[in-house]
Ligand binder design. Structure first.
Ligand SMILES: C[S@@+](CC[C@H](N)C(=O)[O-])C[C@H]1O[C@@H](n2cnc3c(N)ncnc32)[C@H](O)[C@@H]1O
Length: 252
């Protein structure tokens, strides 16, 4: 028995209750609703840092989304090897898409990145009653959502193969002129347009194509999870729930 064990026994024999508290490891990931002692040395990787920095250039701030961006960059790297375009529904200032395009060196690919958004926040016509009751439209009033597309166009002018589609989903879906989709990111913070986009693009997704759901497991976005679970069940695929709050699907 070591010294700690001897001291513990001694204290316990005198009626003390002894709890051994493990010292916290120094390197803990603790942000964006996720606390983990697991390895996250991707944060020190120069390539990751460069992509993340390009995302911040678009958003003009650090959302502290590192692990989410790590997942997004990985998903995009898988999809980049497949035929088909990339689509993001819910772009805002373009944080994740900019990071991805920077990371992949987008103009080297013969693919279009379709970016769909109102660029004016959530459209109240396409929000469920449950979401309205939970105060989603009040959250729309804050400064998080970009108030116009000009600054977004300027951000993405760095790349050639980009199409920005302005307006509310589902109304704009038919403007996406592509038959094959390799990567679909749904990030609209409300269920009805995400369901519409999923149902529209799933048949166009190539085998092995990736669907990344930004809010699937995120606390406070339960109605999106319920809606996407129904979508997944309808196509016979399961969603991987990630501790980042994201969800991931692969088209068989
Ligand atoms: C959380 S933000 C997207 C964040 C973005 N993916 C990023 O990397 O920073 C959600 C976006 O969804 C958009 N949105 C919400 N409802 C929409 C709808 N029905 N049609 C199009 N865009 C919508 C909002 O305007 C907002 O920009």
């Amino acid at each position: 028995m070591g010294l700690k064990g001897v001291v513990r026994k001694l204290l316990e024999s005198q009626g003390y209750r002894v709890e051994l508290i493990q010292p916290e490891p120094e390197n803990i990931y603790n942000q964006d609703g996720l606390r983990s002692i697991h390895n996250h040395d991707f944060m020190n990787d120069a390539r990751f840092q460069s992509a993340y920095t390009r995302g911040m250039l678009a958003s003009e701030k650090d959302y502290t989304w590192h692990w989410r961006v790590h997942v997004g960059l990985w998903a995009a790297s898988v999809a980049a090897k497949l035929p088909g375009d990339f689509i993001e529904c819910g772009v805002n200032r373009g944080f994740l898409s900019s990071a991805i395009m920077h990371d992949l060196n987008w103009d080297e690919f013969d693919k279009t990145f379709w970016l769909l958004d109102t660029f004016a926040g959530i459209d109240p016509r396409f929000v469920s009653d449950e979401e309205k009751t939970s105060g989603i439209l009040e959250r729309n009033e804050g400064e998080f959502y970009v108030g116009g597309v000009d600054i977004v166009r300027k951000n993405f002018s760095e790349w050639k193969n980009v199409q920005i589609v302005v307006g509310a989903i589902p109304e704009t879906l038919a403007q996406v002129a592509c038959d094959q989709v390799a990567y679909l990111h749904l990030d609209m913070n409300c269920a009805p347009p995400e369901v519409a986009a999923f149902e529209y693009f799933w048949p166009k997704l190539v085998p092995g194509g990736v669907v990344l759901l930004d809010d699937y497991a995120y606390r406070g976005y339960e109605s999106q999870k319920a809606a996407m679970d129904r979508c997944a069940m309808a196509v016979g695929v399961r969603i991987l729930s990630l501790p980042t709050g994201q969800g991931l699907m692969i088209k068989p």
